[in-house]
Design a binder for this molecule. Structure first.
Ligand SMILES: [Mn+2]
Length: 243
């Protein structure tokens, strides 16, 4: 086996990271992936950390169950959960009716339905939206709301930087905003810049994991494709688990 070049990104010794892409309401795939990870971890002597890079809700049918799984997980592995733009919109929906039409269109209807709120079609009617805000506020378990409100934006381990969507390549790291972290596509995706770390991100769907010199994209569109992707990092190794 050839040694990786000196410049390859690395994790610190005795740490393995399982980074999981956008789940989007696919509780079935999430359960399967957690079983795959726990089996994969068996026999490893170091510490394993599972990092979810956001977008737990919307689009797929079981957002409520996904949040149940994430809030109740008491497995042997440490779990870190980051915030995606869909969690951002869901939280904003509680305060701001103007986000509702966009949210409904991008999978919010499925989230409402997963909480048992019957809504046949996206509505623009203010009274109906106000009613839906109240219903979801009443129905959503407190643990789910607390979970959503406490999600962080980024994590850094060794030479890897974990974030939902990416970073703006022309802005210093200390000046990035949550909006960049959760929403950016271009000019991040085309950037060839050396950030000084490898960005592990989701948000932009590709048929297969996308490995570039400065980033690894792991959103394989699970809600539609059935393929939830997990990037496994250890020392300078990179490999994947896929449902
Ligand atoms: Mn996203």
């Amino acid at each position: 086996m050839s040694l990786p070049p000196e410049s390859s990104p690395r994790l610190p010794p005795n740490l393995r990271v399982y980074a999981i892409g956008d789940v989007h309401g696919r509780a079935d795939l999430l359960e399967k992936m957690l079983r795959m990870i726990e089996a994969d971890h068996l026999g490893y002597q170091g510490e394993s950390l599972v990092i979810f890079i956001g977008d737990y809700v919307d689009r797929g049918p079981n957002s409520r169950e996904v949040l149940d799984i994430l809030t109740r997980y008491r497995g042997r592995l440490r779990v870190l959960t980051l915030r995606g733009n869909h969690e951002d919109i869901l939280l904003r929906f509680f305060q701001d009716h103007s986000v509702a039409p966009g949210w409904f269109h991008y999978g919010g209807l499925q989230t409402l339905r997963s909480y048992g709120i019957a809504i046949p079609n996206a509505t623009q009617d203010f009274d109906e939206i106000f009613h839906l805000q109240r219903r979801l506020n009443d129905i959503m378990p407190k643990e789910h709301r607390t979970f959503l409100e406490n999600l962080g934006y980024t994590a850094r381990y060794g030479d890897y930087f974990f974030v939902h969507a990416g970073i703006h390549p022309d802005i210093p790291l200390e000046s990035q905003t949550p909006h960049h972290y959760m929403w950016i596509r271009e000019p991040f995706l085309s950037s060839m810049k050396d950030f000084g770390f490898t960005v592990v991100h989701g948000h932009s769907i590709r048929m297969n994991p996308e490995i570039r010199s400065n980033r690894i994209g792991i959103d394989t569109g699970a809600y539609a494709t059935g393929r939830l992707t997990c990037l496994v990092l250890q020392d300078a190794d990179q490999r994947f688990l896929t449902t």
